[in-house]
Design a protein around this ligand. Sequence first.
Ligand code: ATR
Length: 282
Amino acid sequence: MMVSGKARIAGVMGWPVKHSRSPRLHGWWLEEHGIDGAYIPLPVRPEDFEAAVRALPKLGFAGANVTVPHKEAALRACDEVSDLAGRIGAVNTLVCRDDGTLYGDNTDGFGFLENLRAGCRGWQADAGPAVVLGAGGAARAVVAALHDAGCPEVRLSNRTRARAEDLANGLGGAVTVVDWDSRAEALDGAGLLVNTTTLGMEGAPPLDMPLDPLPRGALVTDIVYAPLVTDLLARAEARGNPVVDGLGMLLHQGRPGFEAWFGVFPEVTDDLRQFVLGEPAA
Ligand code: ATR
């Protein structure tokens, strides 16, 4: 893809960043829409993050995505952040404004909800209680999104209970903290089960989660997408539950940033999914 002297530039800041699929994602959309622009990996060490992020407007960047481990530091580095990013305590999307200031938003929750809406026709957040496993950064975005979308109750369970309590206290809303040992009981009457832990990821231990009390109509989703079909999703599907894999969350979270930087709100298609999956993990 050729870029001109007028090309708009964005990228993804992370450390390491070589595993990121975002350059492939945004590169697809740039090509699809014939946009004079580029989206590049930006490997930035934690100790260099603040200087690097402050340099983005000076270098003429349209903005950037921020990934592990910089999302909390990005929040602190911004001149202004969205209410949502402030509540979550993390920024994943930076926009360089014309006056040289940096605006930060968090689109992980948008990606999470859009993935469920696209993957399970008719799904609505207000259909019933949601069980969320984990209390890291991804869980914060998921719980905030569910709450804002009208989910009546989130039952939150994490191995380290204190982290779940911090999350519940910080975000407000109807969040019930459940002991990790009682996580299966929390499935009773639930409309949604979400794994936000790293369990089930390639190289990590499997998620030990008995599904017996879960209603058959409840949607099951995993933010782990390598493998695409985790043991949790396979077991849920085998007992008849609708399931949505985690790849779409990554794809959908990129859409608002792309629009802010390049002026087009892009779509997520099957061809795009296959293309992004086609990248062998480094
Ligand atoms: P992120 O911020 O990207 O979501 P994280 O903060 O490392 O990542 O969170 C990983 C999640 O997986 C946490 O909820 C973690 O539980 P703890 O808070 O108790 O650490 C969970 N997790 C990781 N390994 C686990 C294990 N072996 N058993 C249960 N939960 C685990």
